[in-house]
Design a protein around this ligand. Structure first.
Ligand code: ZN
Length: 489
């Protein structure tokens, strides 16, 4: 299968032609959330970035097996294998079983992803469901000589690994600098070097999530699950591994080390990382009071928000930036995105009503070519959107008579917009009025009262036309003894 897709590989720091290992199959692994709190803006960006990639590869004709994991054990509070498990800590605060915490926030995450029109992955494996596989992986690393057991825990030996491999190649970190910069942490005396990382941790007596193992009762280290589950579902070598740039180090660096140590080769052919979201120029953090969950964004229920923003506004806003650039959220920027999205959909509405001419005054094939070119260039969604907006300008000119299109070109343009806007960018028109938009509700009530007036004058033709037109707009009227009820389809 042929494609012209070029993607920026974080590992080689170059744009590379995308050539899958076993076309038409593509293996895609993306690090999913640690489910211990409500999904927030930081979750939306990787989800939407890799949803775009998944949709585009599928559109190009590939059979994509998209694996996005759920971390439900082993993610500790800091990267030096110290501190409490994030999920266990939440369970203690909320007086819940750790798996209740997992279920609760996983449900929220799935609901939010649905609202953002993010397609579910093909497989969504959980770390706690792959304990045996992770233990087998630890055994392979132990056999390779790159790990050691101390007092019921197993650590990866970074210094030994570095003698034959380049630890830091993905993140660009240098081992000597890591050694110089490492702090003395409690419990670090178990490790041969402070930056060695845990593959398996011995459970302290009060630790809740624990499993028997050849090294005693314990739990897996966070980095291990992704090496284990990607190989299990995508094979020892697979095409694309994605995630947020905050995972570059140590998480993905450790994944490379684990897979290379266990299998003697690297698993991942293309590494892709999305950049971060800032809020009014600042990093998003609970301590700065700018930590906004997706539910708060959609409801407007946060002091930093001037109004609610719909899921499609958020999706459009994220797609307006290239995934490797930072995105800064502000009320002004979100309102601009909201307007932009409306302009795009309005253009598509106008397109449906255009009257054809004998000739076309602009080249729709050229527009199509540019749309594909922009996504082929490392998923350049902002450039794609700028071409789609160029198209909207032409559509408006055809509508007001200053340009022309043949009926064939109108059909082809409709197909182009449906494909790129709905299928690939995953944007959809929202019935934001479904209970929340006051203006829309008032307008519907006003139209219904006009229909009532027509009925009273026995003007059945007008009354029926209003009912039929509302039906077309997705609003269903029900005449009852108490009057007229209406609902969205
Ligand atoms: Zn991961």
């Amino acid at each position: 299968m042929e494609n012209h897709l070029v993607i920026y590989n974080t590992l080689t720091r170059e744009k590379e032609a995308f050539i899958p290992l076993h076309p038409p199959f593509v293996g895609l692994y993306v690090c999913g959330p640690t489910v211990y709190s409500d999904a927030h803006l930081g979750h939306a960006r990787p989800a939407i970035t890799f949803d775009l990639l998944y949709r585009y590869l599928t559109h190009l004709g590939y059979s994509v097996r998209y694996v996005r994991n759920i971390t439900d054990v082993g993610h500790l509070e800091n990267d030096a294998d110290e501190g409490e498990d994030k999920i266990e800590k939440k369970a203690r605060i909320e007086h819940l079983e750790p798996m209740e915490v997992v279920q609760k926030y996983m449900n929220t995450y799935h609901r939010n992803m649905d609202q953002l029109n993010v397609l579910p992955p093909s497989i969504e494996p959980r770390a706690s469901g792959h304990i045996i596989e992770q233990q087998e992986f630890v055994k392979r690393i132990l056999n390779s000589g790159y790990a050691y057991e101390v007092n019921g825990s197993v650590y990866f030996d970074v210094v030994k690994y570095s003698r034959n491999n380049s630890y830091g190649k993905l993140s660009g970190r240098v081992l000597e600098e890591l050694i110089a910069g490492s702090r003395d942490l409690e419990g670090a005396e178990e490790k041969r070097n402070p930056f060695d990382f845990a593959l398996w941790k011995k459970a302290s007596p009060d630790h809740l999530m624990r499993w028997p193992s050849p090294w005693g009762e314990g739990y897996p280290g966070w980095h291990l699950e992704c090496s284990t589950m990607s190989v299990k579902y995508l094979g020892e070598v697979f095409d694309i591994h994605g995630g947020g740039i905050d995972l570059l180090f140590p998480h993905h660096e450790c994944e490379i080390a684990q897979s290379s140590a266990a299998m003697g080769k690297e698993s991942v052919r293309y590494w892709m990382h999305n950049n971060m979201i800032t809020i009014n120029g600042q990093k998003m953090a609970r301590s700065l009071g700018n930590f906004i969950t997706l539910d708060q964004l959609f409801s407007g229920n946060h002091p930093a928000l001037e109004k609610p923003y719909s899921p499609m506004t958020i999706r459009f806003f994220i797609l307006q930036a290239h995934y490797r650039s930072t995105v800064d959220f502000s009320n002004d920027a979100l309102r601009a995105a909201e307007k932009g999205l409306q302009r795009l959909f309005k253009g598509m509405d106008t397109l449906k009503k255009l009257k054809p001419s004998d000739t076309s005054s602009f080249d729709t094939a050229e527009l199509r070519r540019k749309c594909y070119e922009s996504l082929d260039d490392d998923l350049n969604s902002p450039v794609l959107l700028s071409y789609l907006f160029d198209g909207v300008k032409h559509i408006n000119s055809v509508n007001d008579g200053s340009e022309t299109l043949t009926s064939d070109d109108i059909v082809s343009l409709k197909e182009l917009y449906d494909t790129f806007v709905y299928k690939i960018l995953g944007l959809k028109e929202e019935s934001s009025a479904a209970g929340s938009d006051k203006l829309t509700r008032e307008l519907i009530e006003m139209i219904i009262s006009l229909r009532q007036a027509a009925r009273e004058k026995k003007d059945w033709q007008t009354s029926d036309k209003i009912r039929a037109d509302l039906r077309k707009a997705g609003i269903i009227l029900k005449d009852t003894n108490e009057g007229v009820n209406w609902e969205f389809e």
